[in-house]
Design a protein around this ligand. Structure first.
Ligand SMILES: [Fe+2]
Length: 209
């Protein structure tokens, strides 16, 4: 992929180095999660005529890159990821760093938005998701974020419960969960079969077989 900058993402080699470096600074389960998000994004994109599967893989790999320095708060990792990407000219990655946390296009999709509201950042994210259309890359990474655990692929519902148990729930949880179900339907239709049918080990991993 020679024109990676015009596509708004780093090259695959750069992306892998960025994640490697991130792991040295802040090791943890989020690194494995990113690798499975990347893998599922690539596998699904491989089955879509209009998506570049290498771009999908890179976006999946780095969607949580803000975790390197953010202390892994939701709003913090969005802003750190956005700034990291924009400073390097990766505008598509910057967009993904924001949109992946808001599948229902509502600031309340972010569990800690109220507590960690610094005013400016809250307003920035709210404006960003209200003024940017979600394209298939945004939708794909939102979906894959819900498919990737640290050690493999999982049933979306299992991942949603896992997140809810760690971060709690708010009044907007149901629209958010509906958004994930709609994303699954959208990509099932786009690839002409269930997304689970192309994710190796998803049944074994989900049911711990
Ligand atoms: Fe993620």
């Amino acid at each position: 992929m020679k024109n990676h900058i015009t596509k708004g993402v780093p090259t695959l080699e750069e992306a892998m180095l960025i994640l490697e470096n991130a792991e040295k600074i802040n090791p943890g389960p989020w690194i494995g999660h990113c690798k499975y998000v990347a893998e599922s994004a690539k596998l699904i994109a491989d089955n879509c005529m209009d998506l570049d599967s290498e771009v999908a893989y890179i976006l999946g790999l780095l969607h949580d890159i803000g975790n390197t320095t953010s202390g892994e708060t939701i709003i913090g990792h969005i802003m750190e990821g956005y700034h990291f990407s924009m400073e390097r000219g990766y505008h598509l990655l910057a967009k993904i760093c924001v949109t992946h946390s808001c599948p229902s296009k509502n600031i309340s999709d972010i569990f800690d938005a109220e507590e960690s509201n610094t005013g400016e950042e809250y307003k920035f994210i709210e404006d960003f998701i209200n003024t940017n259309e979600y394209d298939d890359y945004d939708k794909l990474i939102q979906l894959c974020d819900a498919l990737g655990l640290q050690n493999g692929f999982t049933l979306i519902e299992k991942r949603l419960i896992d997140v809810a148990l760690r971060h709690g729930v708010n009044d907007y949880i149901i629209p958010k969960w509906k958004a994930f179900m709609e994303l699954k339907d959208y990509f099932d239709k786009k690839i002409g079969r269930s997304i689970y049918s192309i994710l190796p080990g998803v049944i074994e991993n989900t049911f711990e077989l």
